[in-house]
Design a binder for this molecule. Structure first.
Ligand code: CA
Length: 712
């Protein structure tokens, strides 16, 4: 029973006690006037306890009525008292700052000042980032509400501040209670309801990144109790991944793991996964961004968030240079449409590390040999003789291979190859010698004059279909690095290398200054602006050039039967951007880069939606462009209605957008004279014109669009 219903009951009891016989309707209105909702009001009126209480009151003597009223008053007071401002021992970051001197202090702006009921006194940590203040409540409590007062004139310092609850004194098991998403009113108490059913002994407020934790007042409200895990808190509509490392150490290395605890809260806060883990950095270029990518090694194998592989190894991809946050997810969907044997599984999540909000991430498979990942035989160090030595191997043609211990360079094309598995710590010399020799044999068949021969051609050692599917994912998405990094694997007793899985699409879908504008490409990206490592361009060229029929067949099947259409991908984009809608707002508060060129961006459009629209318009012309390159004449797929060609008048001319294939643009003045005529290929084009009124005619793929345009 909550406070309101208790009070209602009490008022009703007094009503009856005073001899007022109210009608049902009047009682109902009376309850409604207390601000109780209709359904709750009915509940109060109709609950068996209420009916019983009314019955007792009618049959009771005056003395009994007085007694019952007193009991109800007492019960109401007790129930009200249960959700109270909690007290405990103040805990937190050790050193505060004395703003008068700027120096470290243990007497000025101390932790206690966040709990002294005085909004003019504050806690201010000396250090920036990961600094905090809270309470040891002595016993577990279920937190119902938190409240906070900012330091005067510094309310902005509380945005993205986080409240956490824990039962380990070092907060390693902490889960979030609440994140402050908007700037609170300055220096007044702001409260927020908390809907977390687990009981916590330790509660705290963690200041946001790179500022001193500043807070004038903190209050935690709740009731004593163990609680349960039926309801937890997620920061946004995505699952929340909360990781705490031992001693709150920061993850600064790609080489050394730190120990910690991971909590993953999913499904509207209804499920929680908890395990010990090791965490370290990962990635190549992406490791240099301020938002870091991580490698996770769980203590126990698990299917995180229902993803298919039961595994210890997982990755958290940062998607920093991809401001849409969805390029990898989309490319993986292309891979599924092309029916690649394995596509990495992933889920978008919010990540917190040591109580600090880190942004929107992609929780993803680690590429490894495992059931539901690269599903081939795992080798033992004792597998040194045939047939055991023949596999399985996981390798990566890798522009960064020279930084790796376990690698070789191929004999003919000079391709650097990292041996991913067996792992560099486990592989034995017979195995590394075998896979290098076998790769070189395969490569010699690619480079041989007999490379298309039925018996001696490369197809006997390199699976053609998987290579072509991988190629098509890279080309449709225009991934700069398709042949800078290629995963391949070879299973035991199999003669062939297989290509896959696809990986890393930050730079794809028109997001790379080195490949922009893709609309003016007249040949495949890998042959023109793609970054191919050493001889990979020629290696790939020989396969693509000798596989035209296979390529068209695979492409056609995906286009007609497996959902590889612009319409379906437009729906995927809608769905992904809906899923990430709330999270991306927080992400770009944490990383305010929407107006900044990062990574290989060629533009910064200032809004999340504008960034997503780049992908939409890219795919609109890329699908038909790929059809024409592959040689497929699509019937009924992605027909572009004429309204998708946009003609717009600007300051010094016109812009035409949405052209597929080749088009002719003719511009007439109002007297019908031709003032410009130009051929343009897929994408958009600007045509300079003097100020005036013009008729623009566009002939594109048998369709004609006409529009009157004013150039100012
Ligand atoms: Ca204070």
């Amino acid at each position: 029973m909550n406070f309101q219903s208790t009070i209602t009951l009490f008022i009703k009891a007094l009503d009856i006690l005073s001899g007022n016989s109210l009608t049902f309707e009047l009682k109902f209105q009376y309850i409604r006037r207390l601000g109780i909702k209709n359904n709750q009001a009915y509940f109060v009126l109709l609950s068996p306890f209420t009916i019983f209480a009314i019955y007792i009151l009618f049959i009771a003597t005056n003395t009994m009525r007085l007694f019952i009223a007193t009991v109800l008053l007492f019960a109401g007071t007790v129930l009200q008292a249960q959700v109270k401002v909690l007290t405990g021992t103040v805990i937190g970051t050790e050193y505060s700052v004395d703003y008068n001197t700027g120096s470290m202090s243990t007497t000025a702006n101390t932790k206690d000042m966040a709990f002294d009921n005085d909004p003019s006194t504050i806690f201010a940590s000396y250090d920036r980032s990961y600094t905090w203040v809270g309470l040891d409540l002595g016993k577990k409590h279920i937190i119902k509400k938190v409240a906070y007062t900012s330091r005067k004139d510094w309310a902005s310092r509380m945005v993205l501040g986080v409240f956490e609850g824990a039962n380990n004194p070092d907060f390693t098991d902490a889960v979030p209670l609440y994140i402050i998403k908007t700037e609170p009113r300055d220096n007044v108490l702001t409260s927020a309801e908390v809907n977390v059913s687990r009981g916590f002994r330790y509660v705290r407020y963690v200041g946001p990144n790179n500022v001193r934790c500043n807070v004038a007042e903190l209050k935690f409200y709740g009731t004593e109790g163990e609680g349960d895990d039926s309801q937890l808190y997620t920061l946004t509509g995505l699952p929340t991944v909360s990781i705490h490392t031992a001693d709150a150490q920061e993850v600064t290395s790609k080489d050394y793991y730190l120990q910690g605890i991971i909590n993953i809260i999913s499904q509207e806060g209804k499920n929680i996964f908890t395990d010990s883990l090791n965490i370290k950095g990962r990635g190549n270029a992406s490791w240099d961004f301020p938002k870091k990518p991580y490698r996770l090694k769980l203590f126990n194998k698990a299917r995180l968030l229902g993803l298919p592989a039961k595994a210890k190894n997982w990755t958290l991809i940062n998607n920093y240079g991809d401001k849409t946050l969805i390029r990898n997810c989309l490319a993986f969907q292309i891979s599924r449409c092309l029916d690649m044997e394995y596509t990495p599984a992933c889920a978008l999540v919010d990540v917190m590390l040591n109580g600090e909000y880190k942004g929107t991430y992609q929780l993803c498979d680690k590429i490894e040999i495992k059931e539901n990942r690269v599903d081939i035989t795992e080798m033992e160090p004792t597998d040194t003789k045939s047939p055991n030595v023949t596999g399985g191997y996981l390798i990566e043609i890798d522009g960064y291979a020279y930084q790796e211990k376990s690698m070789f360079t191929s004999a003919y094309y000079g391709i650097p190859v990292t041996i991913k598995e067996p792992d560099e710590d486990d592989i034995v010399s017979e195995q590394s010698a075998y896979i290098e020799r076998y790769f070189n044999r395969m490569e010699s068949r690619v480079s041989s004059p007999l490379y298309t021969n039925e018996t001696y051609g490369y197809h006997t050692m390199l699976d053609k279909a998987s290579f072509l599917k991988h190629f098509l994912v890279g080309e449709l998405s225009c991934n700069t690095d398709t042949y800078h990094s290629v995963y391949m694997y070879k299973d035991r007793s199999s003669d062939k290398f297989f290509t896959g899985p696809v990986w890393d699409f930050d730079l794809a879908f028109e997001n790379d200054t080195r490949t922009h504008p893709i609309s003016n490409l007249t040949d495949y990206l890998f042959r023109t602006r793609g970054t191919c490592v050493n001889g990979m361009r020629e290696f790939a060229n020989r396969i693509i050039n000798s596989s035209k029929d296979d390529l068209r067949h695979i492409w056609s099947r995906a286009r007609y039967d497996r959902g590889l259409t612009n319409k379906i991908f437009s729906a995927h984009i809608d769905s992904l951007t809906n899923i990430v809608a709330e999270s991306q707002v927080l992400n770009f508060m944490r990383w305010p880069i929407l107006n900044t060129i990062v990574h290989q961006n060629y533009q910064a459009l200032g809004s999340y939606n504008a960034e997503v629209n780049t992908i939409r318009s890219f795919l609109t012309y890329r699908f038909p462009w790929m059809d024409s390159m592959v040689g497929l004449t699509p019937v009924g797929i992605d027909e572009v209605p004429s309204h998708e060609i946009y003609v717009q008048g600007g300051q010094n001319g016109i812009t035409v957008e949405g052209i597929t294939g080749n088009a002719t643009v003719t511009v007439y003045d109002t007297s019908g004279l031709t003032v410009a005529s130009t051929g343009i290929s897929a994408g958009s084009a600007d045509i300079p014109l003097q100020p005036g009124i013009y008729i623009v005619k566009i002939d594109n793929g048998g369709k004609t669009t006409r529009k009157k345009i004013i150039v100012k």
